[in-house]
Structure formats: structure tokens, C-alpha cells
Design a protein around this ligand. Structure first.
Ligand code: GLO
Ligand code: MG
Length: 344
């Protein structure tokens, strides 16, 4: 039976076009409007930050968190959407300027943990067991300002505290080598999986791989995926594309390098990704030049590119490929794949 892939994205993927050098260029869609777009674009899963669900979360009581979360859950039910993940947004608060779990000040580390527990409460209420940790500010600008070895311990302490706080949740670490930090402490999936095995409950700690983040680390995203899949720890993906070692571009999937995108789809498909309920997640930014009424096209096209490449993965002739491999004619294999991708 062929895998029926289910797709997800986060509401931040529909945005107003601000970048570090210029303000918003499109009027925002409010949350209710965004939720209404999903099904029409072919998506059934929604990724969240805790404050996508409960805005101004730090100013709210527990009862307020629960009540707002119930409202959002009802909206999801109405639209037939599944919450895939919830991530504590640990990078915007004045209390995370120096890092979250790895801040030098104990009070700030305590804030980060408390905020993460509130994220778990929200996830529970919305009916989601997957907590994503994008460790945005866990790194340094200046190496001498922190202990890199101590930082690993702090991150692990936080993970263990969350595992103990809730016996059901799973933690998905989303590694990224830089941005906003100069250099991050958990830059690749290998680092993330090392943490998983060192944690109090390795079966509940895994990873989420974003294509662009692997490329920024100078790595091949499909190999990174293969590594995590071998360990049975690829629990989500953020497919997108990236033009070289620059700022994180979050371009539409396949937009820079179709062959690289083909190989991601191939590795996912060949290793049964999606068969245990994993979603094909996207993390893509629409271009700043795009008019508001056309500012969801990157989602539509990324999903379609995945499906188009899936067809290529399912139709390339394994026997032909195998014959090239057997005679070690990798030039022949290379050209066969290129012609197949070009529809020849
Ligand atoms: C930024 C990350 C970010 C996360 C999201 C979920 O580079 O990719 O978009 O995926 O905040 O935690
Ligand atoms: Mg991401």
C-alpha cells in the first residue's frame, strides 16, 4: 500500500513580508482567516507555537490559557484540522536575551522552563503530544561568554524536566546551526539524537529536520533524514529550500535544487516516513514581492512539488538503477536520474 502523505504548515508561514531591512508590505490575515485556508490548499495538519494558540501567553493565567486553547481546538475541529506540534516560542521574551535553557542567569533559565511547561499544558488541551524545541537562542555570539559543555547539560536538564512533567509528550528537537545566534550548540540532527539518547527517556526524544537548516550546516538534507530515520527518530520535517550558505531563506520546496528535493522525497518514501502518522511539514516564506491575495502560493507549490517528485520517486526504474550500480557505472546512473527528472 502506497503511503498517503498528510501535509502541515504553521500559521507563521502566511506572513506580512517584513524582513530585517524593511517593514511589513501586506496586511496581516488574522488567525481565523488563516485556519480557513488550510483545507483549500491541501493541508490537514497545523503546526503551532504556543502563542499562535494563546497570544500574550506570559500575561495570562492558567485558566485563561485553557479557555483560549479550547476555542482554538473547536476551530480546528470545525475545519477538520489536526494539531501536529506545539513549540514554546522561547526567543522573543526580554527574559531570553541571553538564551533560554542556557541563559547564564538562573532566573532566566527558570522562566524558559516554566514557559515550556505552559506550552505542554496547551498542547495537552489541544490534543497534541508533540512538542518541538527549536533552540533558537541556545548558542553564543561570543564563545567565552558561556560553557559549551555546561550548555549541553542545561538543555538536557530542561528536556528531562519536561519529560518528567508529562509522561505522554514527545520532544522533537529542530536543529539549526546559526541564526539568530552566531553559532548554535545543537546545530545538526546528530547532535539532537545524541541528546535524545542521553535523556531520561530516549524513546520520547527525537527530531525534526528542516531542509534549509541542514544546508546552512553544509550538509545534505536527505542524508540527515536518513540518519534520523535509521534511529527511528525522524518525527517531523520542515521541507523548504535554500540558496547557499546565507541567511535562512525558507524558499519553496524544490525551488533552488530539484534534485536535492527529489532525494529528500526519495529517502522519506523509501524509509516508510509517514506510516506512523508523521506529517510532511513545510516551513516556507512567501516572497516579499507577492501581493496579499497571492501570498499562500508558496504553500500550494511546495506541496505540489512534493507530490510531483513523489511520482518521480515511484516511477524511476529500480532495475535500471540497480544495473548501473552493479556495474559501478555511476555516470550512467547520474544521467538516468537527470533524464528521468526531465521527463525524457
Ligand atoms: C526558524 C525555524 C522556525 C521553527 C518554528 C517552530 O528558523 O525554522 O521557523 O521551525 O519556530 O519551532
Ligand atoms: Mg523550521
Amino acid at each position: 500500500m502506497a503511503t498517503e502523505y498528510r501535509f502541515s504548515f504553521g500559521p507563521w508561514n502566511i506572513h506580512e513580508g517584513a524582513d530585517p531591512f524593511g517593514p511589513s508590505v501586506r496586511e496581516a490575515f488574522d488567525f481565523d482567516e488563516k485556519v480557513g485556508f488550510y483545507r483549500g490548499l491541501g493541508f490537514v495538519g497545523i503546526q503551532f507555537h504556543d502563542d499562535d494558540i494563546v497570544p500574550d501567553i506570559d500575561d495570562k493565567t492558567h485558566a485563561q490559557l485553557m479557555s483560549r486553547t479550547k476555542t482554538v481546538k473547536a476551530q480546528l475541529d470545525n475545519h477538520g484540522l489536526t494539531p501536529e506540534v506545539v513549540a514554546p516560542r522561547l526567543w522573543e521574551s526580554p527574559q531570553t536575551l541571553d538564551g533560554a535553557y542556557t541563559a547564564n542567569a538562573a532566573t532566566e533559565r527558570a522562566y524558559a522552563l516554566e514557559r515550556s511547561k505552559r506550552c505542554v499544558d496547551i498542547a495537552n488541551e489541544i490534543g497534541c503530544k508533540n512538542i518541538v524545541l527549536w533552540l533558537a537562542r541556545e548558542g553564543t555570539y561570543i564563545r567565552e561568554s558561556k560553557s559549551s559543555s555546561g550548555a549541553v547539560g542545561y538543555i538536557l536538564d530542561a528536556i528531562n524536566a519536561l519529560l518528567a512533567y508529562d509522561a505522554e509528550i514527545r520532544i522533537l528537537i529542530e536543529p539549526k546551526p546559526n541564526e539568530p545566534m552566531d553559532i548554535a550548540y545543537i546545530p545538526t540532527i546528530g547532535h539532537a539524537i545524541g541528546l535524545a539518547y542521553a535523556s531520561a527517556d530516549p524513546g520520547r526524544v527525537g527530531g525534526l529536520i528542516e531542509s534549509a537548516h541542514a544546508i546552512l550546516a553544509g550538509l545534505e538534507p536527505s542524508d540527515e533524514m536518513g540518519y534520523a530515520l535509521y534511529h527511528k527518530k525522524l518525527w517531523s520535517v520542515h521541507l523548504n529550500d535554500q540558496n547557499g550558505l546565507k541567511f535562512d531563506q525558507d524558499k519553496a520546496f524544490g525551488s533552488v535544487n530539484l534534485r536535492r528535493a527529489f532525494n529528500q522525497v526519495r529517502v522519506l518514501e523509501e524509509n516508510g516516513y509517514g506510516r506512523n502518522g508523521e506529517f510532511v511539514g513545510l516551513d516556507v516564506k512567501v516572497m516579499r514581492t507577492q501581493p496579499r491575495e497571492l501570498s499562500t502560493k508558496h504553500l500550494l507549490s511546495s506541496r505540489r512539488t512534493f507530490l510531483n517528485l513523489l511520482e518521480k520517486v515511484r516511477t524511476y526504474d529500480r532495475e535500471v538503477a540497480q544495473a548501473f550500480i552493479a556495474s559501478r557505472d555511476y555516470e550512467g546512473l547520474d544521467f538516468y536520474i537527470l533524464e528521468h527528472l526531465l521527463g525524457k
